[in-house]
Each structure stands twice: as C-alpha cells, then as structure tokens.
Design a protein around this ligand. Structure first.
Ligand SMILES: Nc1ncnc2c1ncn2[C@@H]1O[C@H](COP(=O)(O)OP(=O)(O)OP(=O)(O)O)[C@@H](O)[C@H]1O
Ligand SMILES: [Mg+2]
Length: 318
C-alpha cells in the first residue's frame, strides 16, 4: 500500500491580492489599495489543497526559495493537509509571487516566477514515484524548467507504474509549444479547458480540436466548459457531455478547474469508471463556485459534503 494517493509536481508561489485600488498604477505616482491579502497561490497548489480536503492522501513536490514567502507556502500547504517533504528549498532564487490588482471583475497580474520556473526533473526526488499511485501536473507553460523535461518525467512515471493527470492551463506566451504526438500517449487523464484545447491544436471548434487529439490519448481527456459542464473523451473517440451542477449564486469561478481536477482524480485513483470521475469532477468544480477564491469552499471534508447536499442536492461519501 503506497502512502500517497497523489503527489502534485510543480508551481508554488504566493498571491498578493490588492483590492479597491484608487486608479491604475502610474510611473512616479503613488496609489492606494483599500484592502490586501497575502495567500498561497498557483493552480497546482489549489489542486493539492482541495484534493487533501477531499480526503485524498496528497503530497507536493515543487521549488521555493529559502525565504519568508517560501515559509508561507510550506505552512499553508501543511495547514491544508498537504505533505511537503518533497518541497525543495533553493538558495539560488526567491519564491515566486504574483501581485494581483483587482478592479471589479477584471484584474491585472504581475508575476515573478522565481524558483518555480527553475525546477528541473533532476531536482525532483525520484523516491516519490515509489510512494505514490498518481502524479498531477498543471500550468506547464509557466514552468520552463519542468516543460523541458516533461517527456522524461512522463516516461519515468510510466516506467514506475504511476498514473498521470495533466492540466495545461493557459500559455501566457501563446506559443502553445506542446507536442501532443509524443506527450499525450504518456498522460492518463488530460485536463484542458475548451479554449486551451483549441489553442493547443490550432483548431477553431472544440469538436475539431477533440478529433485532433483522440489518436494520441493515453487513456482519456476531459474538456472543461465552465458553467456548461464538461466533455469526457475516450481513446475510441466517444464523447460524453455532462451538464454542470447548477449554481444560481456563483460567488466566483476562481479555481473551479483545479477543483474539478481534484474531484476527478480522487475518483480516478480509486479505480472508479471514468463517467463517475467526471460526475465528481463537475460536482467539486461547482462546489468551488460557492465560496470566494480557489480554496474557500474546502475548509474541511464536512464543509464539502454539506455544500454538495445543501446547494446541489447530492450525497457524497468522502
Ligand atoms: N458557474 C458554474 N456553475 C457550476 N459549475 C461550474 C461553474 N463554473 C465551472 N463549473 C464546473 O467546474 C468545472 C471547471 O470549470 P472551468 O471550465 O471554468 O475550468 P477552467 O477553465 O480550467 O478554470 P480555472 O480558471 O480554474 O483553470 C466545469 O467543467 C464545471 O463542471
Ligand atoms: Mg484551468
């Protein structure tokens, strides 16, 4: 019996959220924000935190600096029940940070990638592959070190009998340099959203984009479609559309995709059928929209069970 169900490998940073800002930043001038919050950031960390909240034994392998932000990242992961023994502290660079300037529904982000951009596969302790059933990767375009070694990492995971899920997330440079032919066959669950899949395959519709990736799928892909739900795509080309769980009072959709991933993967590592994984993914994605931020709805297992029951009328056993 392996001690971890899932180890997330990748990006770790902090988010400094500034709200109620009196205008846009200007060179040579000082502006004020009415409110500020310093918190654990990154898609992969939201996945890991919410995965732990669903009762999945979750670890993290990522790179931080030996600094105050790094301490905050580690403490936040631990507080959320995520094991940090594989987190690497680098002396060479600082922990990454994103300054998020919120203007109503819109936001301007400024990121220093720092340590998370530097991590290479050679830095990752290979022992973790013997200790986990599954690994999850996200935001690969934001991690140039890991991206260079992605093929090697995926092949190693396969050789160790460890299954893999991967969410590309958006490519900020929009070059979409991701070789589907060589990488997709090594990924058990591919988890892009519809815009990302179209950009990645350079196709104008989701249907065409799906047709493009089907021949290379290692096992399955799930295409996330926001409030319209998700599409489960199998290697034989069949597509199963599942409507989202209706939430009439969406607080925000931050981290809905990562929460979907956490729900899907929870079911997947238990060896459940893919359609069941998709159902839990949709439900957990919807649960995420009931509270602020990516982890607000995941304070505890009980909180998730209660939200599923009271808001969505669904009983889940976590
Ligand atoms: N407004 C909503 N109401 C109900 N469920 C939702 C809503 N928005 C998202 N979901 C659920 O969460 C899943 C993932 O959301 P979404 O498609 O926004 O992912 P994403 O684009 O990858 O998001 P992220 O910005 O977190 O990366 C959807 O497939 C859906 O099941
Ligand atoms: Mg996403």
């Amino acid at each position: 019996m392996k001690p971890y169900d899932v180890i997330a490998i990748g990006e770790l940073n902090v988010d400094l959220l500034l709200n109620r800002i009196d205008g846009f930043p200007e060179i040579g001038k000082e502006k004020f924000a009415g409110d500020m919050l310093l918190t654990l950031g990154s898609s992969t960390a939201i996945f890991a935190a919410n995965s732990a909240a669903l009762g999945v034994r979750t670890g993290f392998a990522g790179m931080i600096g030996r600094d105050t932000f790094g301490e905050l990242v580690k403490r936040s992961l631990r507080d959320k029940g995520v094991d940090t023994r594989f987190v690497i502290e680098s002396d060479a660079c600082a922990t990454g940070a994103t300054i998020v300037m919120n203007y109503g529904e819109d936001r301007a982000n400024l990121t220093y990638q720092g340590a998370m951009d530097r991590m290479r596969f050679a830095d990752v302790d290979k022992e973790l592959f013997a200790l986990t059933r599954h690994i999850h990767l996200s935001s690969v375009f934001m991690q140039s070190g890991l991206m260079q070694d992605l093929g090697e990492l995926l092949r190693y995971a396969r050789s160790q009998g460890v299954t893999v899920s991967l969410d590309t997330q958006w490519d900020p440079a929009e070059t979409w340099n991701f070789d589907c032919r060589t990488l997709l066959p090594l990924i058990d669950v591919f988890l892009p959203n519809e815009k990302e899949l179209m950009a990645l395959t350079r196709r104008a519709t989701v249907d065409e984009a799906i047709r493009e990736v089907v021949p290379y799928l290692g096992n399955a892909a799930v295409v996330k479609c926001g409030s319209r739900g998700s599409l489960l795509v199998r290697r034989d080309g069949s597509v199963h559309a599942l409507d989202a769980c209706l939430n009439r009072h969406v607080v925000d959709a931050i981290g809905a995709g990562d929460s979907f991933n956490a729900g899907f993967v929870r079911c997947f590592v238990q060896g459940r059928p893919l359609e069941e994984c998709q159902r839990l993914g949709n439900l957990i994605g919807a649960v995420s929209t009931t509270a602020a931020g990516g982890t607000g709805a995941f304070a505890s297992r009980e909180a998730v069970v209660r939200t599923a029951r009271e808001v969505f009328g669904q009983e889940i056993d976590l």
